[in-house]
Ligand binder design. Sequence first.
Ligand SMILES: [Zn+2]
Length: 467
Amino acid sequence: MGVRKSVAALTAVGLLASACTSPVGLPIPVPDSAKYGADGIGDPYFPRYGNGGYDVSHYDLKMRYAPDTDQLAGQVVITATATTPLRRFNLDFTGLPISRAVVNGSPAQARQEGAELVVTPANELTGAFTVEIDYAGVPKPINSILGDGGWLHTDDGAIALGQPESASSWFPVNDHPLDKATYDLAITVPEGKAALSNGVPEGSTTADGWTTWSWAERTPMAPYLTTVVIGDYRITSGSHKNLPILTAVAASMPEGGPADAAMARTGEVADFLETQFGPYPFQSYGGIAVADTRIGYALETQSRPVYGPSFFRGADSTWVVAHELAHQWFGDSVSIGGWQHIWLNEGFATYAEWLWEEHTGNRPVQSQFDEVYRTMDWSIPTGDPGPANIFSGAVYRRGSLAVHALRLEVGDDAFFTILKTWTAERRNNTAVTADFIALAERVSGRSLRPFFDAWLFRTTQPPVPNP
Ligand SMILES: [Zn+2]
């Protein structure tokens, strides 16, 4: 995510799983509850995000949205694999009424408990299974760290967007980056409206005054990277390096203005980043500039980032395009295994801004580093900022300082080899900070634990390496 203004602090989230122990230290028979999938995937920062006991491989999502009534009707077919025998499992979903739940072709119980949908199939699940859920109602936003997130009704349609959790406001989902999956999305809206989403555009069909827009994301995607943008948009589509490219700008924004200019440079920015980070990881390119001022940030929604209007007031906004496109490698293709590790996304995306500014002749990377280093508040550790600080300067700017310090420490050759090896070896996967440290040590042939400890985990100013 890219931010222009400071974001509201997160209300503390906390719920500890209770441990099961025997008072006399004897082994306890496995209770039936062990066959109930956990209501969280095990993220210490956000214990209720995601769910345990299964792994999703694909979401097939069909939705119809009527902007005049704000009614959303959806049908999702989830293909998953049980990682333990399951008598019951949870999905994350924030409360649209369910009209039908079917597991492996048989009716199942589905009960809403807060932000969790508790599904009890007719039979215990082992191995592969499918879940079909039909739902309809007026979707509600999710109150997240960023304020308004999830499904937002707008003047001309809707925007579904947010981090760290947002997808669960519009479809039942295992809402954590540890469970990436492929997607087919078909969104039906009144004829004349656009319905934009992630991945490869698969065209649209119109019947009886409604148009269905189809999208396919066949590279695994974390749920918070899904988006749907519905409304009146100027769409530009074509191909770039033999892949589809589709950008869109809200029709209410000035034609030929800063948003159009920035979106038009999407391919150029991606090509530059490819020289720094390795091959572009997805099957399509794009970007969406929205006009709703509640979107006070930009988000790296997979293959097609969404940009809020505040970025397009100045002449050149390509730095934010560099930030969100850098996330296609750092965050989207290589996703974090827990929200504590978000500097692996934001530190590198911020560093991409610096690389882009140098590439375009605006400012050398070293000058950015020197200024941020001088003015940094070192009190929050980048590698473990706490849930309230995952979008703080300690993650973005201090994270970028750590990236450049690594470059000074190991030299340009080893540094760019580390980045390209990371994006190649971890492609379509997840990773944590310890994985990055291990890779940097392997590529450079040096012990870097004291270095990373100083730059990521201490609360005092570290010394700048002498290259
Ligand atoms: Zn970012």
